[in-house]
Design a protein around this ligand. Structure first.
Ligand SMILES: [Zn+2]
Length: 401
């Protein structure tokens, strides 16, 4: 409490560190009592619990969609630094509830009718480079943040609370790593011990090994708990800022083949009366390969987009096409712009298909192409700076005029 800067953003109770210091004479005893109570019983004040959960938005769209759902969830999570989760080991039931709220916020809940989770929650928790959405697995993130306490416990021996815990629990023992909690000690101390045992391999000679400077990092700890999964090559193009956020989401789903095409719906046991492509007359089953590679409507749209950009990239699966763009020997900015053009094409194919199926609307390709041009130009103007623009001036002149 006394090491928090006075004007640091307030915790879930709404008070800043400065308030507690100023008013310590009045509130001090009660704060100590509440904290000790938690350490002893593992139970948190109902009010604190309630505040933390209410941080997850309760309305369907608390901010504009263009900000990106993933960003909203991350920035409102009770586990982000500064909230209680970084100090307290939260009960399993609370963590599961937070995960559930995040899931429902992303996909919709059963009551609202949108309930198919297109990607499993544990897959969303991988970093973007590894194909996920960088959501936080609440349980692991909580462990990683509490791990910081263990770090402080070993390295900030002069701090008051560390001295206090040493006096109460460790008594004369000096070796924290080999300390085994007594049967009758508090719930919280036993939990910390469990976490400590899980982190032993992160330390060598009292140094934290997961960072180069030997200092504890919550993110590194979290990633170590998450495990390992190969990195994907094309994710930087999918998540490039030049793509519109809603385009990124559709491309990301398309790469993982998670868009609900009619073939996929049938496979999931959701019957469609008709499973043919609605964009062309070929009478072909609508699956991802047809829709984004073989369909004449899609092929034509990509051909027009290529003409406009003056490039040649063969249309393959969404992943293959992105890989081809990635391998081109263009400047990074040009690769991102072409990926944005391609992302817009994928988005508009999906949108045209949805419009036809759900609203019976037919959209003309010229109109779609105009929209694609407009979007890409707008994004270029938002993000170009003198240096990046100079590296592909000729290309930009072609696209923006
Ligand atoms: Zn088709």
């Amino acid at each position: 409490m006394f090491s928090i800067k006075a004007n640091k953003s307030p915790g879930p109770d709404g008070y800043e560190g400065g308030f507690y210091r100023e008013a310590w004479d009045i509130v001090g005893d009660e704060v100590c009592e509440a904290v000790l109570e938690f350490f002893a019983s593992g139970k948190m004040l109902k009010q604190i619990n309630a505040t933390m959960i209410s941080i997850i938005p309760k309305v369907e769209k608390p901010v504009q969609e263009k900000e990106g759902y993933d960003k909203v969830i991350q920035s409102h999570s009770p586990l982000r630094p500064g909230y209680g989760g970084s100090v307290f080991l939260l009960p399993q039931s609370v963590l599961e509830m937070v995960d559930k709220q995040c899931r429902e916020f992303l996909w919709g809940s059963k009551e609202k009718g949108r309930k198919i989770a297109l990607v499993a929650w544990q897959d969303l928790c991988w970093p973007k480079k590894q194909g996920g959405l960088n959501m936080k697995n609440c349980r692991l993130w909580n462990i990683a943040t509490v791990g910081k306490l263990i770090w402080q416990f070993m390295h900030s021996k002069e701090q008051l609370w560390v001295r206090w815990v040493h006096g109460i629990y460790m008594k004369d023992e000096a070796d924290f790593w080999n300390h085994i909690p007594k049967q009758d000690c508090s719930w919280y101390w036993k939990q910390l011990h469990k976490i400590k045992m899980g982190m032993i391999s992160w330390y060598s000679h009292d140094r934290y090994c997961l960072t180069s400077n030997g200092k504890y990092s919550v993110t590194r700890g979290y990633l170590a708990l998450l495990g390992d999964r190969p990195k994907l090559a094309d994710t930087d193009l999918i998540w490039s800022k030049i793509l519109l956020p809603k385009h990124r989401a559709v491309v990301w789903l398309a790469v993982q083949q998670r868009l609900l095409t009619r073939t996929r719906l049938n496979r999931l046991g959701i019957e469609c009366e008709d499973d043919m492509c609605v964009l062309c007359d070929a009478q072909k089953q609508e699956d991802a390969v047809h829709l984004f590679v073989d369909c004449d409507w899609a092929k034509e749209l990509w051909a027009e987009a290529q003409d406009w950009m003056g490039i040649k990239v063969q249309l393959g699966s969404v992943q293959q096409t992105l890989q081809q763009i990635k391998q081109k020997r263009w400047s990074k900015f040009k690769r991102e712009i072409v990926a944005a053009g391609y992302g817009a094409v994928i988005y508009h194919i999906w949108r045209a298909r949805n419009g036809k199926i759900f609203k019976g609307q037919t959209v003309h390709r010229d109109f779609v192409m105009q929209q694609i041009k407009m979007t890409v130009r707008e994004r270029i103007n938002m993000f170009r700076d003198y240096k990046t623009a100079r590296k592909c001036a000729w290309f930009l002149a072609r696209i923006c005029n």
